[in-house]
Design a protein around this ligand. Structure first.
Ligand code: AMP
Ligand code: GLY
Length: 431
């Protein structure tokens, strides 16, 4: 009997997850809650939102789901894993306690400090006046973070005191992120190049995915406001084997040991957002899930069956699985609705996806899409993750952009410089 798997979420990351899980010979049936039209090609969609924990539990119990894989952070931080575990169901994702590594920046900074893990120096405040006083005596730029989940908007890198105080006021006084702003972290601004380092872990053993890099700002050359991520590629040349060794020895291993010592072992997917300067990685943040869009280029490079890895993480017994990775680089270019991350219009028909995929070496993952009157339309900020593989990074970028050029809807936007940093590092190294 094959396995029944439930994937929670409906973005590009979840489409990539379902696409990869569907290749496993172990799997009989995949459900996705709520999924999206792209996911519907490989899974049965379940009309339950990711925040409706009781209904997710009832569904998983009624279908006797063998493994639940949770894409986004909110249900993990709210305790979905604990809820399903109480029913005897297997979940790949951390407990509510361990998910604080993403759910609370104060929790994370305190753990990092306690276990001597490299990160920016910081202070925690729960009173606006105290925070303001400290900020005004701190050199610029500085970084202010709302403690709780704020959909990626809870961080300001402030270059002036006016900006810093205005953000503090938004967070702590006006509570634009609600209870997430009860406390703030104020920390030093780190410089260097960012990378994403994502591992499978059972709480002790670690099986890393290849390295990757996201592009968080909306505009070319990293300009404009932050977004969920406008593109990603793998591998990230900034993470040399030496940096990777340091990340494991100085960051991931002591962190997992610390979490065990605190009585909240971390099982699942741990994503370190790292800042790397002169070969030294420091922690910017942790996420307790796969990255979006990093999952798209990563799963396209993963030749191993993903399902045994997910099950072993969930069971808390990761064997020293050898991961088979396609050596060829991958690039994901996110196409978004015009106006994102601000307001945008929905409902424009999307054309050209089949044409893009006919180029070969291209997968178009859906995020904010919907079916309207029998047509595929844009229905969210990030709409598609156009992902390409090729023999080297330059060719993968070229293939990805040829695919993007085939796809159209009114107002479609994408960055034109995804992968540029990798190209720059490669040409630096050329003789
Ligand atoms: P976080 O949610 O903590 O990752 O913050 C979001 C983004 O803010 C990161 O991806 C960085 O680009 C930036 N950031 C966060 N902390 C720092 C820091 N200490 N120094 C410089 N940039 C930071
Ligand atoms: N790509 C950033 C994230 O998944 O949080």
């Amino acid at each position: 009997m094959g396995l029944k798997i439930l994937v929670v979420g409906g973005g590009g990351r979840e489409h990539a997850l379902v696409w990869k899980i569907a290749k496993s010979p172990l799997v009989e049936k995949i459900y996705a809650a709520p999924g999206n039209p792209g996911i519907a090609g490989n899974a049965e969609l379940v009309h339950v939102s990711v925040d409706d924990l009781p209904r997710l539990r009832d569904f998983a119990v009624s279908k006797r789901i063998d493994l639940t894989v949770v894409g986004p952070e909110a249900p993990l931080a709210a305790g979905l894993t604990d809820l399903l575990a109480r029913e005897g169901l297997l979940v790949c994702g951390p407990s509510k306690a361990a998910a604080q590594l993403e759910g609370s920046k104060v929790f994370t900074k305190n753990i990092l400090a306690k276990y001597g893990i490299p990160t920016a120096d910081f202070r925690v405040f729960d009173e606006f006046d105290d925070a303001q006083q400290y900020v005004l005596t701190h050199r610029l730029p500085l970084v202010i973070k709302a403690d709780g989940l704020a959909a990626g908007k809870g961080v300001a890198v402030a270059g002036t005191y006016e900006e810093a105080i205005a953000f503090l006021r938004d967070v702590m006084v006006d509570r634009v992120f609600g209870a997430a702003g009860e406390r703030v972290v104020v920390e030093d601004c780190l410089t260097g190049e960012e990378a994403s380092y994502i591992v499978f872990t059972d709480g002790e053993k670690i099986v890393p995915l290849p390295t990757s890099q996201d592009h968080k700002r909306i505009g070319d050359d990293d300009t404009g406001p932050n977004t969920g991520g406008m593109g990603a590629y793998s591998p990230a040349p900034v993470v040399t084997p030496e940096v990777e060794r340091k990340a494991l020895e100085k960051i991931f291993e002591p962190l997992l040991a610390g979490m065990r010592a605190e009585g909240m072992p971390f099982r699942g997917i741990l994503y370190g957002g790292l800042m790397i300067e002169r070969g030294e990685p420091k922690v910017l943040e942790f996420n307790v899930r796969f990255g979006d869009p990093e999952a798209q280029p990563l799963f396209m490079r993963l030749d191993s069956d993903l399902v045994p890895l997910l099950i072993q993480c969930a069971q808390g017994k990761l064997t020293d699985a050898e991961m088979k990775i396609d050596p060829r680089p991958t690039v994901c270019i996110v196409m978004s609705s015009g106006g994102y991350p601000g307001s945008y219009k929905k409902g424009f028909p999307i054309t050209g996806i089949d044409e893009a995929e006919r180029l070969g070496g291209v997968q178009v993952f859906h995020a904010g899409t919907a079916m309207k009157d029998g047509k595929l339309v844009n229905n969210g900020g990030r709409v598609l993750g156009v992902t390409a593989v090729d023999k080297d990074i330059r060719s993968a970028i070229g293939r990805g952009y040829r695919a993007v050029e085939a796809i159209h809807w009114e107002g479609a936007y994408f960055r034109t410089d995804i992968g540029k940093r990798a190209l720059a590092r490669i040409s630096d190294r050329a003789p």
